[in-house]
Write a protein that binds this ligand. Structure first.
Ligand code: G4P
Length: 555
């Protein structure tokens, strides 16, 4: 057993893998599931817009040969192909509203990359995807370091204890000093960086990467246009020292410093979400990407038992159980349908199985299960823990729902995330009020937006709360096209929400720059504030008031 296997085994024990035996079926079926789960890695890339997520996705897919030529994944105009392209609105804007899951087979492993929508389409879906992965790649732009959306997504990873591998991108361009970037990671988010390789050459004059463990050097050679794999020329230490001179010496001095402070990769703290292996590279010229893939296979944990609502682990080889982490309507314009994306948590999935929907106890037929490869859909016959399947005609399913076979289980609900955009929505046409209400209710239960209400505002004018403003556009579009109810939005000046209680609601009544509303889905009382200064002033004036932070909120 390697050190890595041992660490994975131990982390599994921490997460309850030790309890696996009693729940799992004995015999060959169970061991097949364990073997298949063991070679799966479900991961996401977390980053700020423009850090290079689409470029990196292409490069990863290229190395894993999922696609033949770089340029086929990107969702931007002219470079589209694999990423989703379902709604007309999405096509017009050239952005990806829906998250697709990409599957790469690499070196005997099955890598499932779950797309986290970014840009203006940053939404609750972006966060929910992180409920369905076992590892995240935190992608940083070498010139910018940690940026706001990366920080928010990292918060969710930290809350879920998702291990994070850091990839510092765009090393071929002028950027910051590597030690300075590591320092920023440690100081700002308290994550201990443990570099696996190290760049040679100053920013903008990139010469290559030294592998920390072996001191082998891979020389960087610019490739025209970036399409295709970069030429990776391997040199030993003596050859590298001779060719790169002072640049190499500087890098070696920095490496000696890292060795001294003991910044070595440490599986236990990585799996606990306390340290992060760091890799440098450049996604566009496809340099250092193969090393990232290898690092991912080496370090990212395989699916572990998921904890259920009773706080008990569902063994990986127990009968099938899956978590709905996203519901997407109208993906196929020809057939009005609703697809639920399900992360397989335990057991073997077979198309045609009749599952049970934990929330209602009703049966759910899976005749039309599909594997999602961006806009390509293909029927999936079998899936294992760590895979993502798309279930068509999933009208009854909502994000956070559990589906199971044979042995009942229910996973805890996905937390609702701190909204930062608020708007009142009103029907444009009084005669369509029934359709409007039905639409709002449906979109709220689906989790497209959070729906808030108060006696003061009344039933005709609910307040929508969203993590990203594009969620509002999706609501208007769907209200009109699916429910036949055209609506208007009135943006409210609030930017943050806190959870309060009835006493808090009473003491905030009539306060300037604040308002308390009830969240329809769970009855939670949310206090909205115009800005953090208002919030701070109220907290100063009313020291006892309950104002709890919601997950991934801005403080
Ligand atoms: P995103 O999905 O995270 O938003 O980022 P995306 O991949 O679209 O990359 C943002 C920009 O950064 C793109 O340039 C892309 O070519 C560039 N980029 C990504 N990785 C690297 C890298 O390793 N080195 C260099 N030099 N550039 C990189 P753009 O001009 O904004 O877009 P495009 O015209 O190339 O599509």
């Amino acid at each position: 057993m390697t050190v890595v296997d041992e660490a994975h085994r131990r982390s599994g024990e921490d997460r309850g893998e030790g309890h696996q035996r009693p729940a799992g079926p004995a015999g060959p079926a169970g061991s097949e599931v364990l073997a298949e789960a063991g070679r799966r890695r479900a991961f996401a890339v977390i980053s700020h817009p423009d850090a290079g997520k689409s470029t990196l996705t292409e490069a990863l897919a290229l190395h894993a040969s999922a696609i033949t030529q770089a340029g086929a994944v990107h969702g931007k105009a002219g470079r589209r192909g694999v990423t989703s392209d379902w709604m007309a609105m999405e096509r017009d804007r050239g952005i990806s509203i829906t998250s697709a899951a990409l599957r790469f087979d690499y070196g005997g492993m099955v890598l499932n990359l779950l797309d986290t929508p970014g840009h203006a389409d940053f939404s609750e879906d972006t966060y929910r995807v992180l409920e369905a992965v076992d590892c995240a790649i935190m992608l940083l732009d070498s010139a910018k370091g940690l940026e706001p959306q990366t920080l928010k997504l990292f918060d969710v990873c930290r809350n879920r204890r998702v291990p994070v591998i850091t990839f510092v991108n765009k090393w071929d361009r002028p950027g910051r000093e590597p030690l300075e970037l590591l320092d920023e990671i440690e100081q700002r988010i308290g994550l201990r960086p443990t570099p696996m390789n190290w760049p040679v050459g100053v920013a903008g004059d990139f010469r290559g990467l030294i592998e920390r463990g072996t001191r082998d050097f891979t020389a960087y050679t610019r490739t025209p246009g970036g399409a295709g794999r970069a030429i990776e020329e391997h040199l030993d230490a003596a050859q590298a020292a001779e060719r790169e001179g002072a640049a190499y010496e500087t890098a070696m001095e920095e490496l000696a410093l890292l060795d001294e402070i003991g910044a070595d990769v440490d599986m236990e703290s990585f799996l606990a979400g306390e340290s992060s292996p760091v890799l440098f590279g450049a996604a566009l010229p496809n340099f250092g990407v193969r090393r990232l893939l290898e690092g991912l296979c080496e370090l990212a944990p395989p699916p572990a038992p998921r904890i259920d609502v009773k706080d008990e682990p569902r063994a990986v080889d127990a009968p099938f159980a899956g978590l709905v982490f996203k519901v997407q309507a109208n993906m196929d314009r020809n057939h009005r349908d609703r697809v639920a994306f399900v992360r397989v948590c335990s057991g073997r999935f077979e198309r045609g199985m009749v599952l049970t929907h934990a929330a209602t106890g009703r049966p759910f037929a899976t005749k039309y299960a599909q594997a999602m490869f961006g806009q390509e859909r293909e029927t999936v016959d079998v899936a294992y823990p760590g895979d993502v399947i798309g279930l068509v005609n999933a009208t009854a399913l909502r994000p956070g729902d559990t589906l199971f076979e044979a042995q009942a289980v229910e996973f805890p609900p996905i937390p609702s995330f701190a909204p930062e955009h608020f708007a009142v929505v009103r029907s444009k046409d009084a005669s369509k009020h029934k359709q409007f209400r039905k639409g709002i209710e449906q979109l709220g239960t689906e989790g497209v937006v959070q729906v808030l209400a108060s006696n003061l505002r009344g039933d005709q004018a609910p307040v929508l709360a969203a993590v990203g403003p594009l969620q509002f556009d999706v609501v208007l579009h769907r209200l009109e096209h699916e429910f036949g109810a055209r609506a208007d939005l009135e943006h409210l000046g609030y930017t943050l929400a806190r959870r309060t209680d009835t006493d808090g609601a009473a003491s905030l009544a009539g306060q300037r720059g604040a308002e308390v509303l009830t969240r329809r889905l769970d009855g939670a009382l949310l206090a909205l504030f115009t800005d953090k200064w208002r919030l701070a002033a109220i907290q100063r004036d009313k020291p006892g008031i309950v104002l709890d932070t919601l997950v991934a909120g801005t403080d």
